[in-house]
Design a protein around this ligand. Structure first.
Ligand SMILES: N[C@@H](CCC(=O)N[C@@H](CS)C(=O)NCC(=O)O)C(=O)O
Length: 370
């Protein structure tokens, strides 16, 4: 039997939850290698050039960072239970939902973890301590975890634009999202029908490690959106899901019950995408000598839950956004008119016609201009 894949991951890590749920759903053999600092320094960094997780170590000896790259790698080699819808409008919808999970549900995920310290910190410090010094006696883990927690907890606010002016608004936006997703789940067990697609895995990152597992938001989710909590359980344990895996929605029609989530996507996230592609274009023009595009390419004003403040612009968002943009561009006229009718219904009229001034791609785990 071939060597299994190894996923370098941690329960507390947001994007690990996406990759883990995906690999379980695919049914490929893998084991999980705990992402201790030693593993990160001795395996992850030398092999990827980054200190980021999750990383998939393949039987052929390759190391893949980035959950989307991991999914693409595995999809290309294991066609069973494909997670990209075969039909074009559902495919576009699923890629947009992945983007939303990865880049926008990140906002409540970070807010709830770091703002509700009293409830969350025991777990968070302990698990950060296990990453830094797994061999220390358990009672010392919270102390060992303190510096790294202080780093992440101290920096997320400025980078993501989360502060006292918009905390309530982020909670409003997230609670409305929870309500909408919970309602949708009364009709469909997954985002686009009766089996998960790539958007479900994008949601699983923030909705598992932070928003389900951290005590404060976990309590909120179970209380106000128990069906979302059940969906998290299902996504993590597809074998024991009470739901028979069926088909995606028929006739390439995006279920109407998910419209409110798309409306929020287009009103909150899309302006960020538009600003991001403009800022990346400007940055590339102004830095002709730089091989790799910087992780942050300026800052901008953005609005969430009706509150406006400033955040740093992340170039990576463009790479994620290019995927639905490409899916839209590849449509023939008849399909595009169908997609346009749906986009109009959810407040996304014209949105997918966006053409980034500079295209980006990943090369050796960095972004480069094409
Ligand atoms: N877009 C990446 C993001 C990976 C990522 O941000 N991972 C976090 C942990 S969940 C990390 O390693 N952060 C370290 C850092 O930002 O320097 C993915 O999908 O894998």
């Amino acid at each position: 039997m071939a060597e299994p894949y190894r996923l370098v991951a941690a329960e507390i890590s947001l994007y690990s939850g996406k990759a883990r749920a995906y690999l379980r759903y695919k049914g490929v053999a893998f084991d999980e290698l705990f992402a201790s600092r030693k593993v990160i320094m001795e395996i992850v960094r030398p092999k990827t050039g980054l200190a980021m997780i999750p990383v998939l170590l393949t039987p052929e000896g390759e190391a893949i960072q980035d959950t989307t790259a991991i999914i693409d790698w595995v999809e290309a080699r294991h066609p069973q239970r494909g997670v990209y819808p075969d039909t074009p409008v559902l495919r576009l919808a699923s890629l947009l939902l992945e983007l939303y999970g990865d880049e926008w549900l990140l906002m409540p995920a970070m807010h709830y973890r770091w703002h509700y310290k009293r409830k969350n910190m025991k777990l968070v410090l302990t698990e950060f301590g296990q990453i830094v010094a797994p061999r220390l006696p358990a009672f010392l883990h919270p102390v060992a975890g303190l510096p790294i927690a202080a780093f992440f907890g101290g920096n997320y606010g400025r980078a993501l634009g989360i502060n006292r002016t918009n905390r309530d608004a982020i909670e409003r936006s997230y609670e409305a999202f929870l309500h909408d997703f919970d309602e949708h789940l009364t009709e469909h067990p997954y985002l686009l029908g009766s089996r998960p697609s790539v958007g479900d895995f994008g949601f699983m990152g923030p909705l598992y490690a932070h928003l389900y597992r951290d005590p404060a938001p976990g309590e909120l989710m179970r209380r106000v959106a128990p069906r979302v909590a059940d969906w998290v359980t299902r996504m993590n344990d597809p074998a024991s899901a009470q739901v028979e895996h069926g088909e995606l929605a028929p006739d390439d029609e995006v279920p109407a019950s998910i419209d409110p989530i798309f409306r929020r996507l287009f009103s909150e996230l899309w302006p960020v995408v538009t600003d991001t592609v403009a800022a990346v274009g400007t940055w590339v023009t102004e830095h002709p000598e730089r091989k790799n595009i910087a992780r942050f390419v300026g800052d901008h004003r953005f609005t969430i839950g009706g509150a406006t403040t400033t955040r740093w612009i992340q170039s990576f968002t463009q790479w994620m956004a290019q995927r639905p943009l490409d899916a839209y561009q590849e449509m023939d006229d008849a399909v595009r008119s169908r997609a346009d009718r749906w986009l109009q219904r959810v407040g996304g009229e014209g949105a997918l016609s966006l053409v980034p001034p500079t295209r980006v791609q990943r090369s050796e785990n960095r972004l480069v201009a094409v």
